[in-house]
Ligand binder design. Structure first.
Ligand SMILES: *Cc1c(COP(=O)(O)O)cnc(C)c1O
Length: 365
């Protein structure tokens, strides 16, 4: 059986050596030595000055919105994981969906300005599949209208933009270290800001607002993570480069085999290099997609309609909004299996089945 993704696991004895340390120290959570060590190693690996390790990427988003004191409308993308939108609603703000660009699948920067009202306070954009948004244009618009910018970089671990970590852009960026992501700590997230005062506030917020013995400096929540999660993060970090390299070779094979696909792949930002977190294809029709999916399933190969449906038409707590590109792309996008243990032979098998289905006259366009 081939799943769409499979979490990377480090050699068990390497993980266990961290666990043995936890047993010796009996310090299980609350910013322990492994959590601090992980934050330090990640700063070095990513080349950034400040970051905070959190429970998960969703709490990181919620803390980001809270820390920037956002109220009112937040301009966002309908083509993302549900946490991007639900965090906005959870924090009492209103998401305003702007359509996506058909090539990058990121928020269409040319449609942001027309969505701005007197109540707009921020832009929350996702670097979809790790592919950077048009950051310079978003920054320009944000400055012009005095808006805050949060980037959901959940997919973008290790991505650089203009030679700098993607996580250093916007007022705040967040990343997810969930087991299904490129690099993970089982569950986990990161919050990054380059503003030291904001960082201080976020670090208090992450720990109930506790600022000292019997002292509270902020409204806070429990957004910290445990030593066990930090252990997984530390054990996995050594393998990130190997993981990315392997995923690159699988991706290259997909691209080579699928050059006659009745569809296309998203266009990567020209100021950045891919991290190979996902392999999405956009097929010419939903009908073709459904036939490919079911034929692959007959062969025990499982793909995922990621992201389907458009968040602007999917959520019972929001009014549906039709957006032409998001609607059509979400119906036609399919993520193919991509993970460290996948083999080139398995990629060949997957692409053979896809091409066989599309070349069957009945379904080709
Ligand atoms: C995974 C993901 C999140 C949420 O991260 P968790 O760590 O699972 O809470 C948020 N946004 C996007 C785009 C994601 O893919």
């Amino acid at each position: 059986m081939i799943q769409v993704t499979r979490p990377f696991l480090p050699p068990a004895d390497e993980y266990k050596s961290y666990i043995d340390e936890i047993w010796k120290r009996q310090w299980l959570t609350n910013m322990g030595p492994l959590s601090s060590e992980l934050e330090m190693q990640l700063k070095e690996f990513l080349g950034i000055d400040h970051l905070l390790f959190t429970t998960n990427g969703t709490i990181a988003l919620q803390i980001a919105i809270k820390a920037l004191e956002l109220k009112g409308e937040i301009i966002t993308t309908p083509f993302s994981f549900v946490a991007t939108t639900s965090s906005i609603v959870w924090e009492g703000c209103q998401p305003v969906f702007v359509d996506i660009d058909k090539e990058s699948l990121n928020i269409d920067v040319n449609k942001i300005e027309e969505a701005i009202t007197a109540n707009t306070c921020a832009i929350l954009a996702t670097h979809v599949y790790g592919n950077p948004c048009e950051i310079d244009k978003i920054d320009k618009i944000a400055k012009k209208y005095s808006l805050k910018v949060i980037y959901d970089a959940a997919h973008a671990f290790s991505v650089e933009y203009n030679g700098k970590s993607i996580l250093t852009y916007g007022d705040i960026s967040i990343c997810s270290l969930h087991a299904t992501k490129l690099y993970h700590s089982t569950e986990g997230g990161l919050i990054v800001t380059t503003d030291p005062l904001l960082l201080k506030k976020i670090s208090l917020m992450r720990n109930f607002g506790i600022s000292g013995f019997n002292e509270f400096g902020e409204l806070g929540i429990n957004g910290k993570n445990s030593e066990f999660h930090a252990a997984m993060g530390l054990a996995n970090l050594k393998y990130v480069s190997a993981i990315i390299e392997k995923r690159k070779s699988l991706t290259d094979r997909y691209i080579l085999n699928l050059k006659n696909l009745n569809g296309y792949m998203p266009l990567w930002n020209e100021y950045s290099a891919p991290n190979y977190a996902y392999f999405p294809i956009i097929l010419d029709s939903e009908e073709l997609l459904l036939h490919i999916m079911s034929e692959l399933e007959k062969n025990q190969i499982f793909t995922r309609r990621y992201f389907y449906p458009s968040l602007a038409t999917a959520l019972p707590y929001l009014e549906n909004k039709s957006l032409p590109n998001a609607d059509t792309i979400s119906k036609r996008v399919l993520c193919l299996p991509l993970y460290y243990d996948l083999s080139l032979e398995e990629v060949n098998l997957i692409t053979r089945i896809i091409l066989r289905v599309q070349n069957n006259n009945k379904w080709s366009s």
